[in-house]
Ligand binder design. Sequence first.
Ligand code: FSO
Ligand code: SF4
Length: 560
Amino acid sequence: MKMFCYQCQETAKGTGCTIRGVCGKPDDVAVLQDLLIYLLKGISLYGVWARELGVSDPEVDLFVAEALFATITNVNFDAERFREFIAQALALRERLKARFLQAYEAKYGQPFAEELPEMASWVPRTMELDELIAKGRTAGIMSDPTLDEDIRSLREMLTYGLKGMAAYLSHAAVLGYTRSELFAFLQEGLASTTRREATADEMVGMVLRCGEMGIQAMALLDEANTSTYGNPEPSQVDIGVREGPAILVSGHDLRDLEELLQQTEGKGINVYTHGEMLPANAYPGLKKYPHLVGNYGGAWWRQPAEFERFGGAILMTTNCLVPPRQSYIDRLFTTGVVGWPDVPHIPDRKDGQPKDFGPVIAKALELGRGPEELEKGKLTIGFAHAAVLSVADKVIEAIQRGDIKRFVVMAGCDGRHKSRQYFTDIALGLPPDSIILTAGCAKYRYNKLDLGTIGGIPRVLDAGQCNDSYSLIVVAQKLAEALGIEDLNDLPIEYDIAWYEQKAVLVLLALLSLGIKRIRLGPTLPAFISPNVRKVLMEKFDLRPTTTVEEDLSSIIAGT
Ligand code: FSO
Ligand code: SF4
Protein backbone atom coordinates (compact mmCIF):
# COMPACT_ATOMS: atom_id res chain seq x y z
CA MET A 1 0.00 0.00 0.00
CA LYS A 2 1.15 3.52 -0.71
CA MET A 3 1.11 6.14 2.02
CA PHE A 4 -2.13 7.42 3.44
CA CYS A 5 -2.26 10.35 5.82
CA TYR A 6 -5.20 12.63 6.64
CA GLN A 7 -4.17 13.94 10.03
CA CYS A 8 -4.02 17.65 9.21
CA GLN A 9 -6.32 20.28 7.75
CA GLU A 10 -4.31 20.67 4.55
CA THR A 11 -4.59 17.02 3.54
CA ALA A 12 -4.75 16.52 -0.23
CA LYS A 13 -8.19 17.20 -1.76
CA GLY A 14 -9.62 17.31 1.76
CA THR A 15 -9.52 13.51 1.88
CA GLY A 16 -5.96 12.20 2.31
CA CYS A 17 -2.38 12.47 1.06
CA THR A 18 -1.48 9.37 -0.93
CA ILE A 19 1.57 10.19 -3.02
CA ARG A 20 3.40 12.79 -1.00
CA GLY A 21 2.17 15.00 1.81
CA VAL A 22 1.00 18.48 0.98
CA CYS A 23 3.27 19.30 3.94
CA GLY A 24 6.22 17.80 2.05
CA LYS A 25 6.28 14.48 3.93
CA PRO A 26 7.55 11.85 1.49
CA ASP A 27 5.93 8.44 1.10
CA ASP A 28 8.77 6.56 2.86
CA VAL A 29 8.70 8.83 5.91
CA ALA A 30 4.89 8.57 6.11
CA VAL A 31 5.10 4.79 6.06
CA LEU A 32 7.91 4.70 8.64
CA GLN A 33 5.74 6.90 10.87
CA ASP A 34 2.94 4.36 10.48
CA LEU A 35 5.28 1.58 11.56
CA LEU A 36 6.44 3.61 14.53
CA ILE A 37 2.84 4.26 15.66
CA TYR A 38 2.13 0.55 15.20
CA LEU A 39 5.03 -0.37 17.48
CA LEU A 40 4.02 2.30 20.00
CA LYS A 41 0.66 0.53 20.18
CA GLY A 42 2.49 -2.74 20.92
CA ILE A 43 4.54 -1.04 23.65
CA SER A 44 1.34 0.46 25.04
CA LEU A 45 -0.33 -2.94 25.38
CA TYR A 46 2.54 -4.04 27.62
CA GLY A 47 2.50 -0.63 29.30
CA VAL A 48 -1.16 -1.04 30.32
CA TRP A 49 -0.76 -4.65 31.44
CA ALA A 50 2.45 -3.89 33.32
CA ARG A 51 0.89 -0.95 35.16
CA GLU A 52 -1.92 -3.23 36.33
CA LEU A 53 0.83 -5.27 38.02
CA GLY A 54 2.47 -2.17 39.49
CA VAL A 55 5.28 -2.04 36.92
CA SER A 56 6.11 1.07 34.93
CA ASP A 57 9.16 2.33 33.08
CA PRO A 58 9.75 6.11 33.00
CA GLU A 59 12.05 5.78 29.99
CA VAL A 60 9.29 4.03 28.04
CA ASP A 61 6.76 6.65 29.16
CA LEU A 62 8.85 9.52 27.86
CA PHE A 63 9.80 7.66 24.71
CA VAL A 64 6.18 7.02 23.75
CA ALA A 65 5.44 10.74 24.17
CA GLU A 66 8.46 11.90 22.15
CA ALA A 67 7.93 9.37 19.39
CA LEU A 68 4.28 10.39 19.03
CA PHE A 69 5.39 14.04 18.97
CA ALA A 70 7.82 13.26 16.14
CA THR A 71 4.92 12.08 13.96
CA ILE A 72 2.92 15.32 14.27
CA THR A 73 2.57 17.36 11.08
CA ASN A 74 5.68 19.35 10.12
CA VAL A 75 7.93 17.96 12.85
CA ASN A 76 10.29 15.44 11.33
CA PHE A 77 10.90 14.55 7.68
CA ASP A 78 14.01 12.43 8.15
CA ALA A 79 13.71 8.69 7.35
CA GLU A 80 16.97 7.93 9.19
CA ARG A 81 15.64 9.52 12.36
CA PHE A 82 12.56 7.32 12.12
CA ARG A 83 14.74 4.26 11.73
CA GLU A 84 16.37 5.22 15.05
CA PHE A 85 12.98 5.74 16.68
CA ILE A 86 11.86 2.31 15.42
CA ALA A 87 15.01 0.62 16.73
CA GLN A 88 14.49 2.25 20.10
CA ALA A 89 10.80 1.28 20.09
CA LEU A 90 11.71 -2.37 19.49
CA ALA A 91 14.34 -2.37 22.23
CA LEU A 92 12.10 -0.69 24.79
CA ARG A 93 9.17 -2.93 23.90
CA GLU A 94 11.28 -6.03 24.54
CA ARG A 95 12.52 -4.62 27.84
CA LEU A 96 9.02 -3.78 29.05
CA LYS A 97 7.71 -7.12 27.81
CA ALA A 98 10.34 -8.99 29.85
CA ARG A 99 9.50 -7.00 32.98
CA PHE A 100 5.78 -7.58 32.44
CA LEU A 101 6.17 -11.34 31.88
CA GLN A 102 8.28 -11.63 35.00
CA ALA A 103 5.79 -9.67 37.11
CA TYR A 104 2.92 -11.72 35.69
CA GLU A 105 4.52 -15.02 36.53
CA ALA A 106 5.45 -13.79 39.98
CA LYS A 107 1.84 -12.81 40.65
CA TYR A 108 -0.05 -15.72 39.09
CA GLY A 109 2.52 -18.52 39.42
CA GLN A 110 2.24 -19.36 35.71
CA PRO A 111 3.46 -17.81 32.46
CA PHE A 112 1.33 -15.29 30.56
CA ALA A 113 -0.44 -17.35 27.89
CA GLU A 114 -2.63 -14.88 25.95
CA GLU A 115 -2.05 -14.65 22.24
CA LEU A 116 -0.15 -11.48 21.40
CA PRO A 117 -1.18 -9.15 18.59
CA GLU A 118 1.46 -8.64 15.94
CA MET A 119 2.40 -5.09 17.01
CA ALA A 120 3.44 -6.56 20.36
CA SER A 121 5.56 -9.32 18.86
CA TRP A 122 6.80 -8.41 15.36
CA VAL A 123 10.59 -8.23 15.03
CA PRO A 124 12.33 -7.25 11.77
CA ARG A 125 15.02 -9.51 10.33
CA THR A 126 17.23 -6.50 9.64
CA MET A 127 16.98 -2.82 10.35
CA GLU A 128 17.28 -1.99 6.64
CA LEU A 129 14.98 0.82 5.58
CA ASP A 130 13.51 -1.33 2.79
CA GLU A 131 12.30 -3.94 5.22
CA LEU A 132 10.90 -1.37 7.64
CA ILE A 133 9.13 0.45 4.83
CA ALA A 134 7.65 -2.80 3.51
CA LYS A 135 6.31 -3.56 6.98
CA GLY A 136 5.04 0.00 7.42
CA ARG A 137 2.94 -0.43 4.29
CA THR A 138 0.93 -3.10 6.08
CA ALA A 139 0.47 -1.08 9.26
CA GLY A 140 -1.16 2.14 8.10
CA ILE A 141 -4.55 3.70 8.70
CA MET A 142 -6.18 1.97 5.73
CA SER A 143 -4.39 -1.36 5.98
CA ASP A 144 -7.47 -3.13 7.36
CA PRO A 145 -10.16 -2.63 4.71
CA THR A 146 -12.72 -4.50 6.83
CA LEU A 147 -12.55 -2.00 9.69
CA ASP A 148 -15.77 -0.05 10.26
CA GLU A 149 -15.29 3.51 9.04
CA ASP A 150 -16.65 5.09 12.23
CA ILE A 151 -14.33 3.03 14.41
CA ARG A 152 -11.44 4.02 12.16
CA SER A 153 -12.49 7.65 12.45
CA LEU A 154 -12.69 7.51 16.25
CA ARG A 155 -9.39 5.61 16.53
CA GLU A 156 -7.64 8.23 14.44
CA MET A 157 -9.28 11.14 16.24
CA LEU A 158 -8.06 9.64 19.50
CA THR A 159 -4.57 9.01 18.12
CA TYR A 160 -4.30 12.63 16.95
CA GLY A 161 -5.53 13.94 20.29
CA LEU A 162 -2.90 11.75 21.96
CA LYS A 163 -0.22 13.17 19.66
CA GLY A 164 -1.17 16.68 20.77
CA MET A 165 -1.09 15.61 24.40
CA ALA A 166 2.27 13.90 23.84
CA ALA A 167 3.74 17.15 22.54
CA TYR A 168 2.62 19.02 25.65
CA LEU A 169 3.86 16.29 27.97
CA SER A 170 7.24 16.30 26.22
CA HIS A 171 7.54 20.07 26.66
CA ALA A 172 6.67 19.81 30.34
CA ALA A 173 9.17 16.94 30.80
CA VAL A 174 11.95 19.07 29.30
CA LEU A 175 11.38 21.46 32.23
CA GLY A 176 11.35 18.59 34.72
CA TYR A 177 7.58 18.29 35.13
CA THR A 178 6.05 14.84 34.58
CA ARG A 179 2.94 13.00 35.74
CA SER A 180 2.84 9.26 35.52
CA GLU A 181 -1.00 9.12 35.12
CA LEU A 182 -0.81 11.27 32.01
CA PHE A 183 1.88 9.12 30.40
CA ALA A 184 -0.24 6.12 31.39
CA PHE A 185 -3.19 7.62 29.53
CA LEU A 186 -1.14 7.97 26.34
CA GLN A 187 -0.56 4.23 26.49
CA GLU A 188 -4.11 3.37 27.53
CA GLY A 189 -5.39 5.42 24.61
CA LEU A 190 -3.03 3.85 22.08
CA ALA A 191 -3.78 0.36 23.40
CA SER A 192 -7.53 1.03 23.08
CA THR A 193 -7.11 1.58 19.33
CA THR A 194 -6.01 -2.07 18.97
CA ARG A 195 -9.22 -3.48 20.48
CA ARG A 196 -11.33 -4.90 17.68
CA GLU A 197 -14.21 -5.46 20.05
CA ALA A 198 -14.37 -1.80 21.19
CA THR A 199 -17.74 -0.24 20.33
CA ALA A 200 -18.22 3.21 18.86
CA ASP A 201 -19.66 4.39 22.19
CA GLU A 202 -16.58 3.16 24.05
CA MET A 203 -14.32 4.91 21.56
CA VAL A 204 -16.30 8.16 21.89
CA GLY A 205 -15.74 7.83 25.65
CA MET A 206 -11.98 7.45 25.10
CA VAL A 207 -11.91 10.44 22.77
CA LEU A 208 -13.60 12.63 25.40
CA ARG A 209 -11.33 11.30 28.13
CA CYS A 210 -8.44 12.31 25.92
CA GLY A 211 -9.84 15.84 26.05
CA GLU A 212 -10.05 15.72 29.86
CA MET A 213 -6.52 14.37 30.14
CA GLY A 214 -5.43 16.96 27.62
CA ILE A 215 -6.57 19.73 29.95
CA GLN A 216 -4.45 18.17 32.69
CA ALA A 217 -1.48 17.93 30.31
CA MET A 218 -1.88 21.59 29.38
CA ALA A 219 -2.21 22.49 33.08
CA LEU A 220 1.03 20.61 33.77
CA LEU A 221 2.82 22.46 30.99
CA ASP A 222 1.39 25.74 32.25
CA GLU A 223 2.79 24.95 35.69
CA ALA A 224 6.14 23.98 34.17
CA ASN A 225 6.36 27.17 32.09
CA THR A 226 5.17 29.59 34.77
CA SER A 227 7.18 28.01 37.59
CA THR A 228 10.32 28.11 35.47
CA TYR A 229 9.95 31.47 33.73
CA GLY A 230 7.30 33.30 35.81
CA ASN A 231 3.79 34.29 34.74
CA PRO A 232 3.66 35.97 31.33
CA GLU A 233 3.11 39.69 31.72
CA PRO A 234 1.49 42.10 29.28
CA SER A 235 4.33 43.15 27.00
CA GLN A 236 5.01 45.16 23.89
CA VAL A 237 7.14 43.22 21.43
CA ASP A 238 9.13 44.93 18.71
CA ILE A 239 8.49 43.48 15.25
CA GLY A 240 11.15 45.56 13.53
CA VAL A 241 14.82 44.66 13.06
CA ARG A 242 18.23 45.73 14.33
CA GLU A 243 21.72 45.78 12.87
CA GLY A 244 24.08 42.94 13.66
CA PRO A 245 24.42 39.15 13.65
CA ALA A 246 21.12 37.41 14.29
CA ILE A 247 19.49 34.13 15.25
CA LEU A 248 15.82 33.36 14.66
CA VAL A 249 14.21 30.80 16.97
CA SER A 250 10.98 29.12 15.93
CA GLY A 251 8.79 26.35 17.37
CA HIS A 252 7.53 26.04 20.93
CA ASP A 253 10.43 24.92 23.16
CA LEU A 254 11.12 27.63 25.77
CA ARG A 255 14.10 25.83 27.30
CA ASP A 256 15.89 25.71 23.97
CA LEU A 257 15.38 29.46 23.68
CA GLU A 258 16.61 30.03 27.23
CA GLU A 259 19.80 28.05 26.71
CA LEU A 260 20.45 29.79 23.42
CA LEU A 261 19.97 33.17 25.12
CA GLN A 262 22.43 32.16 27.83
CA GLN A 263 24.98 30.97 25.31
CA THR A 264 24.70 34.11 23.15
CA GLU A 265 25.05 36.55 26.06
CA GLY A 266 27.73 39.17 25.40
CA LYS A 267 28.42 37.88 21.88
CA GLY A 268 26.77 40.76 20.03
CA ILE A 269 24.06 38.51 18.57
CA ASN A 270 20.42 39.60 18.44
CA VAL A 271 17.94 36.80 19.05
CA TYR A 272 14.48 37.05 17.45
CA THR A 273 11.45 34.83 17.92
CA HIS A 274 9.36 33.48 15.06
CA GLY A 275 5.87 31.97 14.84
CA GLU A 276 4.85 30.18 18.03
CA MET A 277 7.93 31.41 19.90
CA LEU A 278 6.48 34.95 20.05
CA PRO A 279 4.90 34.39 23.52
CA ALA A 280 8.39 33.81 24.98
CA ASN A 281 8.79 37.60 24.93
CA ALA A 282 6.23 37.87 27.76
CA TYR A 283 7.90 35.54 30.29
CA PRO A 284 9.96 37.44 32.91
CA GLY A 285 12.58 34.69 32.88
CA LEU A 286 13.14 35.12 29.14
CA LYS A 287 12.37 38.77 28.42
CA LYS A 288 15.07 39.76 30.93
CA TYR A 289 17.71 38.99 28.29
CA PRO A 290 18.35 42.30 26.51
CA HIS A 291 19.49 40.54 23.35
CA LEU A 292 16.06 38.92 22.94
CA VAL A 293 15.10 41.81 20.71
CA GLY A 294 11.66 40.92 19.34
CA ASN A 295 9.65 38.86 16.90
CA TYR A 296 10.29 38.49 13.17
CA GLY A 297 7.55 37.62 10.71
CA GLY A 298 4.31 35.73 11.10
CA ALA A 299 2.87 32.24 11.18
CA TRP A 300 4.76 29.04 10.29
CA TRP A 301 3.67 28.81 6.64
CA ARG A 302 5.28 32.13 5.79
CA GLN A 303 8.70 30.75 6.73
CA PRO A 304 10.09 30.11 3.24
CA ALA A 305 9.78 33.80 2.33
CA GLU A 306 10.62 35.07 5.81
CA PHE A 307 13.57 32.76 6.52
CA GLU A 308 15.02 33.76 3.17
CA ARG A 309 14.91 37.43 4.15
CA PHE A 310 16.05 36.87 7.71
CA GLY A 311 19.65 36.47 6.64
CA GLY A 312 21.01 35.06 9.92
CA ALA A 313 21.02 31.60 11.50
CA ILE A 314 17.69 29.88 12.15
CA LEU A 315 16.80 27.28 14.78
CA MET A 316 13.65 25.11 14.61
CA THR A 317 12.84 23.74 18.05
CA THR A 318 9.51 22.05 17.13
CA ASN A 319 6.92 22.19 14.37
CA CYS A 320 5.99 23.70 12.05
CA LEU A 321 8.92 23.08 9.71
CA VAL A 322 8.25 23.71 6.02
CA PRO A 323 10.50 22.03 3.39
CA PRO A 324 13.47 24.43 3.39
CA ARG A 325 14.53 26.42 0.33
CA GLN A 326 18.09 26.23 -0.93
CA SER A 327 18.42 29.94 -0.16
CA TYR A 328 18.58 29.30 3.60
CA ILE A 329 19.03 25.56 4.13
CA ASP A 330 22.72 26.10 4.90
CA ARG A 331 21.90 28.37 7.82
CA LEU A 332 19.06 26.27 9.23
CA PHE A 333 19.40 24.03 12.31
CA THR A 334 16.99 21.61 13.95
CA THR A 335 16.86 20.31 17.51
CA GLY A 336 14.68 18.10 19.72
CA VAL A 337 12.21 15.97 17.76
CA VAL A 338 12.47 18.12 14.63
CA GLY A 339 14.42 16.84 11.65
CA TRP A 340 15.15 17.37 7.98
CA PRO A 341 17.66 15.18 6.09
CA ASP A 342 21.12 16.74 6.04
CA VAL A 343 20.16 19.80 8.08
CA PRO A 344 22.51 19.96 11.09
CA HIS A 345 20.82 18.77 14.27
CA ILE A 346 21.73 20.09 17.72
CA PRO A 347 21.87 16.97 19.94
CA ASP A 348 19.81 16.46 23.09
CA ARG A 349 20.96 17.36 26.59
CA LYS A 350 23.10 14.78 28.32
CA ASP A 351 23.67 14.30 32.05
CA GLY A 352 21.74 17.44 32.92
CA GLN A 353 24.04 19.62 30.78
CA PRO A 354 22.53 22.24 28.46
CA LYS A 355 22.44 21.66 24.70
CA ASP A 356 25.41 23.02 22.83
CA PHE A 357 24.15 25.68 20.44
CA GLY A 358 27.73 26.47 19.40
CA PRO A 359 27.17 25.64 15.71
CA VAL A 360 24.15 27.98 15.50
CA ILE A 361 26.09 30.76 17.19
CA ALA A 362 29.14 30.23 14.96
CA LYS A 363 26.91 30.39 11.87
CA ALA A 364 25.28 33.65 13.03
CA LEU A 365 28.71 35.21 13.65
CA GLU A 366 30.09 33.93 10.33
CA LEU A 367 27.11 35.42 8.45
CA GLY A 368 27.48 38.59 10.49
CA ARG A 369 24.34 40.17 9.09
CA GLY A 370 21.00 41.18 10.48
CA PRO A 371 17.59 40.53 8.96
CA GLU A 372 15.92 42.47 6.19
CA GLU A 373 13.10 44.58 7.58
CA LEU A 374 9.63 43.12 7.00
CA GLU A 375 7.62 45.58 9.07
CA LYS A 376 7.82 48.02 11.95
CA GLY A 377 5.83 48.37 15.12
CA LYS A 378 4.89 46.49 18.25
CA LEU A 379 2.65 43.59 19.19
CA THR A 380 0.87 43.42 22.53
CA ILE A 381 1.10 39.96 24.11
CA GLY A 382 1.20 38.29 27.51
CA PHE A 383 -2.47 37.90 28.43
CA ALA A 384 -2.30 34.42 29.92
CA HIS A 385 -4.61 33.59 32.83
CA ALA A 386 -2.65 35.38 35.57
CA ALA A 387 -2.57 38.68 33.68
CA VAL A 388 -6.24 38.49 32.70
CA LEU A 389 -7.35 37.49 36.18
CA SER A 390 -5.34 40.33 37.71
CA VAL A 391 -7.70 42.73 35.91
CA ALA A 392 -10.77 40.52 36.48
CA ASP A 393 -12.59 43.30 38.38
CA LYS A 394 -12.18 45.67 35.46
CA VAL A 395 -13.37 42.99 33.03
CA ILE A 396 -16.43 42.12 35.11
CA GLU A 397 -17.36 45.78 35.51
CA ALA A 398 -17.04 46.25 31.75
CA ILE A 399 -19.34 43.24 31.19
CA GLN A 400 -21.86 44.53 33.72
CA ARG A 401 -21.79 48.03 32.21
CA GLY A 402 -22.38 46.47 28.79
CA ASP A 403 -19.06 47.77 27.39
CA ILE A 404 -18.02 44.15 26.74
CA LYS A 405 -20.87 42.16 25.23
CA ARG A 406 -19.01 39.01 24.27
CA PHE A 407 -15.71 37.18 24.14
CA VAL A 408 -14.82 35.21 21.06
CA VAL A 409 -12.27 32.43 21.49
CA MET A 410 -10.33 32.34 18.24
CA ALA A 411 -7.51 30.00 19.22
CA GLY A 412 -5.74 27.35 17.15
CA CYS A 413 -3.53 27.27 14.11
CA ASP A 414 -2.91 29.26 11.00
CA GLY A 415 -2.36 27.66 7.60
CA ARG A 416 -1.83 28.33 3.94
CA HIS A 417 -5.36 28.17 2.55
CA LYS A 418 -6.73 31.42 1.21
CA SER A 419 -10.01 30.56 2.93
CA ARG A 420 -8.33 31.45 6.25
CA GLN A 421 -8.90 35.09 5.34
CA TYR A 422 -12.26 34.26 6.95
CA PHE A 423 -10.63 34.59 10.40
CA THR A 424 -9.25 38.05 9.60
CA ASP A 425 -12.65 39.11 8.30
CA ILE A 426 -14.41 37.81 11.40
CA ALA A 427 -11.95 39.75 13.60
CA LEU A 428 -12.54 42.90 11.55
CA GLY A 429 -16.29 42.41 11.46
CA LEU A 430 -16.87 41.85 15.17
CA PRO A 431 -18.59 44.81 16.84
CA PRO A 432 -16.30 46.98 19.00
CA ASP A 433 -17.86 45.56 22.18
CA SER A 434 -16.25 42.15 21.48
CA ILE A 435 -12.97 40.83 22.85
CA ILE A 436 -11.03 38.15 21.00
CA LEU A 437 -9.30 35.58 23.21
CA THR A 438 -6.54 33.93 21.23
CA ALA A 439 -3.70 31.42 21.55
CA GLY A 440 -1.64 29.51 19.00
CA CYS A 441 -0.45 30.66 15.62
CA ALA A 442 -4.05 31.35 14.50
CA LYS A 443 -3.51 34.81 16.00
CA TYR A 444 -1.36 35.96 13.09
CA ARG A 445 -4.55 36.36 11.05
CA TYR A 446 -5.56 39.37 13.21
CA ASN A 447 -2.91 40.29 15.79
CA LYS A 448 -1.45 43.03 13.63
CA LEU A 449 -4.80 44.72 12.99
CA ASP A 450 -5.39 47.75 15.13
CA LEU A 451 -8.59 46.67 16.87
CA GLY A 452 -8.21 49.06 19.80
CA THR A 453 -9.13 48.61 23.43
CA ILE A 454 -12.21 48.57 25.67
CA GLY A 455 -11.58 50.62 28.82
CA GLY A 456 -7.86 49.95 28.48
CA ILE A 457 -8.32 46.21 27.80
CA PRO A 458 -6.94 45.24 24.36
CA ARG A 459 -9.58 43.77 22.04
CA VAL A 460 -7.20 40.95 21.14
CA LEU A 461 -6.02 39.21 24.30
CA ASP A 462 -3.18 36.89 23.33
CA ALA A 463 -2.69 34.11 25.90
CA GLY A 464 0.35 32.61 24.15
CA GLN A 465 1.11 29.35 22.36
CA CYS A 466 -1.48 26.76 21.32
CA ASN A 467 -1.04 24.95 24.67
CA ASP A 468 -1.97 28.21 26.40
CA SER A 469 -5.52 27.58 25.24
CA TYR A 470 -5.51 26.20 28.78
CA SER A 471 -5.37 29.83 29.95
CA LEU A 472 -8.56 30.54 28.04
CA ILE A 473 -10.26 27.66 29.84
CA VAL A 474 -9.11 28.99 33.22
CA VAL A 475 -10.36 32.47 32.34
CA ALA A 476 -13.76 31.06 31.30
CA GLN A 477 -14.05 29.04 34.50
CA LYS A 478 -13.09 32.02 36.71
CA LEU A 479 -15.44 34.30 34.85
CA ALA A 480 -18.27 31.82 35.38
CA GLU A 481 -17.46 31.69 39.10
CA ALA A 482 -17.36 35.48 39.41
CA LEU A 483 -20.64 35.91 37.53
CA GLY A 484 -22.33 33.06 39.41
CA ILE A 485 -22.85 31.05 36.21
CA GLU A 486 -22.82 27.26 36.46
CA ASP A 487 -22.83 26.14 32.84
CA LEU A 488 -19.88 27.46 30.80
CA ASN A 489 -22.25 27.57 27.83
CA ASP A 490 -24.19 30.38 29.56
CA LEU A 491 -21.18 32.69 29.53
CA PRO A 492 -21.03 35.40 26.87
CA ILE A 493 -18.30 33.42 25.07
CA GLU A 494 -18.44 32.21 21.48
CA TYR A 495 -15.94 29.84 19.89
CA ASP A 496 -14.48 30.14 16.41
CA ILE A 497 -11.52 27.76 16.28
CA ALA A 498 -8.98 27.44 13.48
CA TRP A 499 -7.24 24.11 13.23
CA TYR A 500 -4.33 22.71 11.27
CA GLU A 501 -2.44 20.00 13.11
CA GLN A 502 -2.91 17.55 15.96
CA LYS A 503 -2.29 19.86 18.91
CA ALA A 504 -5.36 21.75 17.77
CA VAL A 505 -7.25 18.44 17.71
CA LEU A 506 -6.40 18.08 21.40
CA VAL A 507 -7.54 21.64 22.11
CA LEU A 508 -10.86 20.84 20.41
CA LEU A 509 -11.26 17.62 22.42
CA ALA A 510 -10.44 19.54 25.60
CA LEU A 511 -13.26 22.02 24.90
CA LEU A 512 -15.68 19.21 24.04
CA SER A 513 -14.79 17.35 27.23
CA LEU A 514 -15.88 20.45 29.18
CA GLY A 515 -19.23 20.21 27.47
CA ILE A 516 -18.68 23.38 25.43
CA LYS A 517 -21.30 23.63 22.71
CA ARG A 518 -21.58 25.61 19.49
CA ILE A 519 -17.90 25.53 18.60
CA ARG A 520 -17.32 26.71 15.06
CA LEU A 521 -14.40 24.83 13.52
CA GLY A 522 -12.65 25.76 10.31
CA PRO A 523 -11.62 26.41 7.70
CA THR A 524 -12.81 22.83 6.99
CA LEU A 525 -13.80 19.93 9.21
CA PRO A 526 -11.18 17.19 9.62
CA ALA A 527 -11.10 14.55 6.87
CA PHE A 528 -10.76 11.88 9.56
CA ILE A 529 -14.25 12.62 10.90
CA SER A 530 -16.63 10.14 9.24
CA PRO A 531 -20.19 11.20 8.37
CA ASN A 532 -21.67 9.36 11.37
CA VAL A 533 -19.09 10.71 13.82
CA ARG A 534 -19.73 14.17 12.44
CA LYS A 535 -23.46 13.67 13.02
CA VAL A 536 -22.84 12.67 16.65
CA LEU A 537 -20.60 15.69 17.24
CA MET A 538 -23.20 17.98 15.73
CA GLU A 539 -26.09 16.50 17.69
CA LYS A 540 -24.30 16.19 20.99
CA PHE A 541 -22.18 19.35 20.92
CA ASP A 542 -23.73 21.45 18.18
CA LEU A 543 -20.23 21.47 16.62
CA ARG A 544 -20.37 23.44 13.38
CA PRO A 545 -18.15 23.94 10.40
CA THR A 546 -17.35 27.60 9.82
CA THR A 547 -19.65 29.01 7.12
CA THR A 548 -19.51 32.48 5.62
CA VAL A 549 -18.21 35.51 7.44
CA GLU A 550 -21.66 37.13 7.32
CA GLU A 551 -23.51 34.08 8.60
CA ASP A 552 -21.02 33.32 11.37
CA LEU A 553 -20.78 36.96 12.45
CA SER A 554 -24.52 37.14 12.84
CA SER A 555 -24.67 33.92 14.87
CA ILE A 556 -21.71 35.03 17.01
CA ILE A 557 -23.35 38.39 17.67
CA ALA A 558 -26.70 36.79 18.44
CA GLY A 559 -25.03 34.11 20.58
CA THR A 560 -26.93 31.36 18.78
FE1 FSO B 1 0.97 26.58 15.05
FE2 FSO B 1 2.43 24.63 13.92
FE3 FSO B 1 1.24 25.85 17.94
FE4 FSO B 1 0.73 23.91 15.82
S1 FSO B 1 3.18 26.58 14.59
S2 FSO B 1 0.36 24.91 13.90
S3 FSO B 1 -1.32 23.80 16.66
O1 FSO B 1 2.52 23.50 15.32
O2 FSO B 1 1.38 24.03 17.55
O3 FSO B 1 0.00 26.76 16.79
FE1 SF4 C 1 -0.90 15.24 4.25
FE2 SF4 C 1 -1.18 16.65 6.49
FE3 SF4 C 1 -0.43 14.10 6.56
FE4 SF4 C 1 1.24 16.00 5.67
S1 SF4 C 1 0.44 15.74 7.77
S2 SF4 C 1 0.90 13.99 4.77
S3 SF4 C 1 -0.22 17.34 4.60
S4 SF4 C 1 -2.39 14.89 5.88
